[in-house]
Design a protein around this ligand. Structure first.
Ligand code: NAP
Length: 312
């Protein structure tokens, strides 16, 4: 087992982690980014972003490549595809143990993001990859000229529905209320799209099929009536849950598991910061994730400098 020592180890290489990496390395501390996947995070799967300042439209993958290239310039070390075995945030040094490396860090910045929430209904796991998908950009092409349903009323559900209309012949948006949560500009695009039909006040209760999905059982929340909807696929976009496996319970979290921080991104544990979608935050965007990363890295560098003063 190799031991690698760094001043700062950043867990997660999405926009928050890459921004933190860039700022930490510029702060002249040794910096590593460790990720269980490739670097780039969730935005790598977004088709286009239209709300990152400086770019009226840019592919998610392309923007994340630019983030990574920029962080590379300042000499961060990157460890992708790491299987994480143990994380100890409280020990001194802090430890992240992967299959073949034991990382020791003075400070850790958690940038692990969030994952799609599951509906938790019959058929959801059974038909995963056979009609159930959580990534329209990845799987939309499989639904050329087919009928699909998207569940949810937030930005993700509505944006991904619009994307799915490039392939599918029909996209139902099944929403539990009669009003969308998504930004008004995105809502308007969906309402203007002939291929999109709204199914209001409805929840999906079961996903049915033989080899692949063929229908959904819907419950009308106002009337209590049940109905069958024929579809070839379903894309649940009902929100996100924080990726905190391996360290949940070592720091203060809210009841959903999102990490609590102060305005410097500091968590309840000295030297540990949390940034981006994994923390309690009023806005989850690439721009806010990048901003969080910058703030956390500046304060992590100050924390490391304060340790030197204590040692001297
Ligand atoms: P979200 O904003 O939390 O929306 C989740 C949607 O799913 C809501 O409409 C909610 O209904 C519905 N829902 C929740 N639980 C449900 C259940 N059990 N059954 C049926 N419906 C359920 O989540 P999101 O769209 O994934 O977005 C996550 C964050 O990323 C947000 O902050 C969002 O703004 C951000 N984001 C931004 C962009 C962008 O700016 N371009 C793109 C994607 C995501 P209610 O409305 O009734 O609560």
């Amino acid at each position: 087992m190799q031991v690698k020592e760094f001043d700062v180890v950043i867990l997660g290489g999405g926009p928050a982690g890459l921004s933190a990496g860039m700022y930490a390395a510029r702060g002249n501390v040794s910096t590593a980014i460790v990720d269980i996947n490739m670097l780039g995070g969730q935005p790598s799967n977004y088709l286009d972003l239209e709300n990152y300042p400086g770019y009226s439209k840019i592919g998610g993958y392309e923007l994340m490549e630019k983030f990574e290239e920029h962080a590379d310039k300042f000499g961060i070390q990157k460890f992708a595809m790491q299987e994480i075995k143990r994380i100890d945030l409280v020990s001194n040094p802090k430890v992240i143990l992967t299959n073949d490396i034991e990382f020791h860090a003075k400070s850790i910045i958690i940038a692990t993001g969030a994952s799609p929430m599951k509906l938790g209904i019959a058929g959801e796991l059974e038909f995963l990859g056979r009609g159930v998908s959580y990534c329209a950009v990845c799987d939309a092409a499989f639904y050329k000229d087919k009928v699909v349903a998207v569940v949810g009323g937030g930005n993700s559900a509505v944006e991904e529905s619009i994307y799915l209309t490039k392939f599918a012949s029909k996209v139902y948006i099944v929403h539990r209320r009669d009003e969308l949560r998504a930004d008004k500009i995105i809502q308007q695009r969906a309402f203007n799209n002939d291929k999109i039909e709204m199914i209001w006040n409805s929840c999906v209760r079961e996903i049915k099929g033989q080899d692949t999905v063929s229908s959904l059982t819907l419950e009308n929340m106002k009337t209590g009536e049940f109905a069958e909807l024929s579809v070839d696929g379903i894309f649940p976009y009902i929100g996100i849950c924080p990726n905190v496996e391996g360290f949940s319970g070592q720091i203060s979290q809210d009841k959903l598991g999102f990490i609590m921080t102060d305005e410097t991104m500091k968590t309840s544990v000295d030297g540990v910061y949390a940034v981006g979608d994994v923390r309690v935050t009023p806005l989850r965007q690439v721009i806010t994730a990048a901003s969080d990363g910058a703030i956390a890295a500046v304060y992590a560098v100050r924390y490391i400098e304060s340790l030197k003063e204590i040692t001297v």
